[in-house]
Design a protein around this ligand. Structure first.
Ligand SMILES: NC(=O)c1ccc[n+]([C@@H]2O[C@H](COP(=O)([O-])OP(=O)(O)OC[C@H]3O[C@@H](n4cnc5c(N)ncnc54)[C@H](O)[C@@H]3O)[C@@H](O)[C@H]2O)c1
Length: 282
C-alpha cells in the first residue's frame, strides 16, 4: 500500500535530513552554522571581518586570512576572546602559492572545510581604461578571480572526497554590471561573477552550493564623503558591513537557502534602482 505523507510530516522529514526535528527546534536551539568550518579571505576589515564574525557567532570555526597582519590577528583574537574557534593566517592572494597555504592551514587546524567566503580585493582608485597600468589589471584579477578559483577548487575536491555539502560565497559588486571609472575592478568583479556561475554548475551535482553577494555602498574606511554617497541610495544611507554579513549567513545556512545555487544577491538599499552612473568625462 502506498503511504501518503501529510504536509507536516514531509516538512518534518526535510528538517530531519538537516539534522533537526522541527523548524521550532532548529530556530531556537541551534546556531545556523554549528559544525561548519570556514575560510574567509579579506577578513581583516569591513565586510570580510563582519562575515567572519557572523559565521563564528553562528557556530562555525573560522580561518581568517588577509594581507593586513594587524587587522587579521586583531579580528581573530577578538573572536577567540568571545570563546569562538578562530585563527588568522597572513597571506598575499596575489601570490599563487597562498591559496594552498590557506587551505592546508584550515584543514590542519579544523580537520575539514565546509565553507569558503572570498572577500579580499585590492584597494582601487579611479583610473582610465586607456592608461591603467598592466600591473594593476593583473593584481586585481589575481586577487579577486584567480585566488578564488584556486581555493574553491581545493575546497571542492576536499568536499567531494568527504561527502561534505559545502557552500561557497564570492563577494562581487554592482560594478560587475556597470562601468564606473574603475575598469580593472569592474572587469575583475564581472569575472568573479562568471566564476561563481561556473563553480555552481560544476559542483552543484555534488551538493555544493556557490553564490555571490553584490554589495552596494557599504561603510568603509576609504570613502571620501559618505553624505553625498548616501543621497544616491533609495534608503538614503550607506549599508553596514553587518547587514552584508547577515545576508551571507542566510546564503550559507542550508536552513534558509538550501536550494539557492548559482545566483547573485544584491545588498544595496535600492542603489541600483537609480541611474547612479555619471556620464562620460572629457
Ligand atoms: N565597501 C563597499 O562599498 C563594497 C561595495 C561592493 C563590493 N565590495 C567588496 O566587498 C569586499 C570587502 O570590501 P570592504 O570595503 O569591506 O573592505 P576593503 O576593500 O577595505 O577590504 C578588502 C580586504 O581585502 C584585503 N586584501 C587586499 N589585497 C589583498 C591581497 N593581495 N591578499 C590578501 N588580502 C588582500 C585587504 O587587506 C582588506 O582587508 C571586497 O571584495 C570589495 O570589492 C565592497
Amino acid at each position: 500500500m502506498t503511504h501518503i505523507r501529510s504536509a507536516p510530516q514531509k516538512a518534518q522529514r526535510a528538517f530531519g535530513e538537516c539534522g533537526y526535528q522541527s523548524w521550532e527546534q532548529a530556530t531556537l536551539e541551534t546556531p545556523l552554522l554549528k559544525g561548519d568550518t570556514a575560510i574567509v579571505t579579506g577578513a581583516g576589515v569591513g565586510i570580510g571581518r563582519a562575515i567572519a564574525e557572523a559565521l563564528a557567532r553562528e557556530g562555525a570555526k573560522v580561518l581568517l586570512t588577509d594581507i593586513n597582519e594587524a587587522a587579521c590577528s586583531t579580528a581573530a583574537e577578538t573572536l577567540r576572546k568571545e570563546g569562538h574557534d578562530a585563527i588568522c593566517l597572513v597571506a598575499d592572494l596575489a601570490d599563487a602559492s597562498a591559496s594552498a597555504r590557506i587551505f592546508d592551514a584550515a584543514l590542519k587546524k579544523f580537520g575539514q572545510v565546509s565553507i569558503f567566503v572570498h572577500c579580499a580585493s585590492p584597494y582601487h582608485q579611479e583610473e582610465s581604461v586607456s592608461t591603467l597600468a598592466e600591473d594593476a589589471w593583473t593584481q586585481m584579477f589575481d586577487v579577486n578571480v584567480k585566488s578564488a578559483l584556486r581555493i574553491a577548487n581545493l575546497c571542492a575536491t576536499h568536499m567531494k572526497e568527504r561527502g561534505i555539502k559545502g557552500r561557497m560565497l564570492l563577494v562581487t559588486s554592482l560594478h560587475a554590471e556597470t562601468p564606473r571609472g574603475v575598469p580593472h575592478y569592474s572587469v575583475a568583479k564581472a569575472g568573479l561573477t562568471a566564476l561563481m556561475r561556473e563553480l555552481a554548475k560544476a559542483y552543484g551535482p555534488h551538493g555544493i552550493r556557490v553564490n555571490a553577494i553584490a554589495p552596494g555602498i557599504v561603510s568603509a574606511n576609504w570613502f571620501p564623503s559618505a553624505d553625498a554617497l548616501a543621497n544616491s541610495v533609495a534608503m538614503r544611507r550607506l549599508g553596514r558591513p553587518e547587514e552584508v554579513a547577515g545576508t551571507a549567513v542566510a546564503l550559507l545556512a542550508d536552513r534558509f537557502s538550501g536550494y539557492i545555487n548559482g545566483t547573485t544577491v544584491v545588498v544595496d538599499g535600492g542603489l541600483s534602482l537609480h541611474n547612479w552612473i555619471p556620464g562620460p568625462r572629457g
